[in-house]
Design a protein around this ligand. Structure first.
Ligand code: PLP
Length: 412
């Protein structure tokens, strides 16, 4: 890598800075040979629960496990429908299917990219009907009961939780947060008159500690947070073959435990997470100022008054993304697209029967979003070079299309 190149994220610097601490955490586990479970895992769970202002945390082997276990523990049954948004990573919908349920979608808000409460309301009011005998919500299209809502706190910003929780309460639905990108993000709940942390608002929430996340392990890891002791207990059993104690299997579970080495490393890194999140916010402010002159051509992240995001990603919107991304790559600037194909149009879900145009806001966003380099040690100088390149490339493309409103039926 040449010195002029700017990576998308930098996982080297952070581990170099913490090398001694990480090494001693690793050695503690080697010396005790307690590789699975044990006091280090429990200590991490305690600290992460506290960080999330949640009563319980259950460490698991990945964010995908966390989602699957949270759904099952929160009561998702075979044949249920769980509703989420199309602009997410496939793990959200994989977990739904693996829990025996079926994913359905509602569109996102055009500016925050998270679940649009109005779309959720419309889905429940017009696409579902209340079963008279049970009071359950039944999806008219499939005839299956809708039981669960999974808002995705995308790019490090929480979904608009108050109206989502209100709809859930009105229709008897369970909310499970996909907080895999939102460690430490906050939401101002008007209902409660206070700031709430990601992972503390739903029945349960799933976090990923994949290395590139705001809190990342040195390998795979994840966690479920919840205030519900029974949900926590079920997750503890699900991650460990359904055992209530050794070889007493109350139900079939999984091998989805958090290992002690990762827990020890995460414990070290957790102590720096609030500072890293603040640094990401500073980097986002810097981008915001640098892009201020670009006008309509670069749409910056929208942060509602109720949101304190943690910028897992810094995502802008550009009318003609591909030439810009190519020009940046040629200049040694790495970018990403989260996500190029909205999940209802993924080949994996062909059989669900969705078509282009079903979720126009998500589809339009998927064609325009561009994730720029974002990590705590990103320097203002690097950011300036990124912004100059973006603006130059936009000016160089022949059609200078402003970012437009989505049109129903827009193709990717
Ligand atoms: C990373 C991520 C996951 C999955 O986490 P893994 O630890 O990779 O299994 C799920 N949902 C979202 C939104 C993610 O970003």
């Amino acid at each position: 890598m040449g010195t002029t190149e700017i990576p998308f994220l930098d996982l080297v610097t952070v581990h170099r800075e913490l090398r001694e601490e990480l090494r001693s955490a690793f050695e503690v586990t080697l010396d005790t040979a307690g590789f699975v479970g044990g006091t280090v895992v429990e200590e991490f769970e305690r600290d992460f629960a506290e960080f999330c202002e949640s009563r319980f945390c259950v460490g698991v082997a990945s964010g995908t496990d966390a989602l699957r276990f949270a759904l099952i523990a929160a009561g998702v049954q075979r044949g249920d429908i769980a509703v989420t948004t199309p602009l997410t990573f496939i793990a959200t919908t994989e977990a739904i299917s693996q829990a025996g349920a079926r994913p359905e979608f509602v569109d996102i808000d055009e500016r925050t990219y998270t679940m649009d409460p109005e779309s959720l309301r419309a889905y429940l009011e017009t696409d579902c009907t209340r079963e008279l005998t049970t009071g359950r919500m039944i999806c008219k299209r499939t005839g299956s009961p809708v039981t669960t809502i999974i808002p995705v706190h995308l790019y490090g910003q929480m979904a608009d939780m108050d109206p989502i929780l209100e709809l859930a309460a009105r229709y008897g639905l369970t909310v499970v947060e996909d907080a895999c990108q939102a460690h430490g993000a906050e939401y101002f709940s008007k209902r409660e008159g206070r700031w709430r942390k990601a992972g503390s608002m739903g029945r349960a929430a799933a976090f990923s500690f994949y290395p590139g996340k705001n809190l990342g392990a040195c390998g795979e890891a994840g966690a479920v947070t919840t205030d519900d002791a029974r949900v926590a207990r079920r997750c503890q059993m699900l991650r460990d073959h359904g055992q209530s104690r050794k070889y007493f299997h109350d139900f079939e579970g999984y091998n989805g435990r958090l290992d002690a080495i990762q827990a020890g490393l995460l414990l070290v890194k957790l102590r720096h997470l609030a500072k890293w999140n603040e640094q990401r916010r500073e980097r986002a402010r810097e981008y915001g100022e640098l892009f201020a002159d670009a006008g309509e051509t670069v749409v910056r992240p929208h942060v509602p008054l109720w949101s304190r995001p943690v910028y897992h990603l810094y995502v802008v919107r550009i009318a003609e993304r591909e030439p810009i991304q190519k020009a940046l790559a040629a200049a040694g600037i790495a970018t990403g697209v989260h996500y190029p194909i909205p999940i209802h149009l993924a080949k994996a879900y062909e059989t669900l029967g969705f078509s282009p145009g079903d979720f126009p806001v998500a589809e339009h966003a998927a064609s325009q979003v561009l994730s720029l380099p974002m990590f705590p040690s990103l320097s203002p100088g690097q950011q300036e070079r990124v912004v100059i390149r973006v603006v130059e490339s936009i000016n160089a493309t022949t059609r200078r299309t402003p970012v437009s409103e989505p049109t129903p039926g827009d193709r990717l």
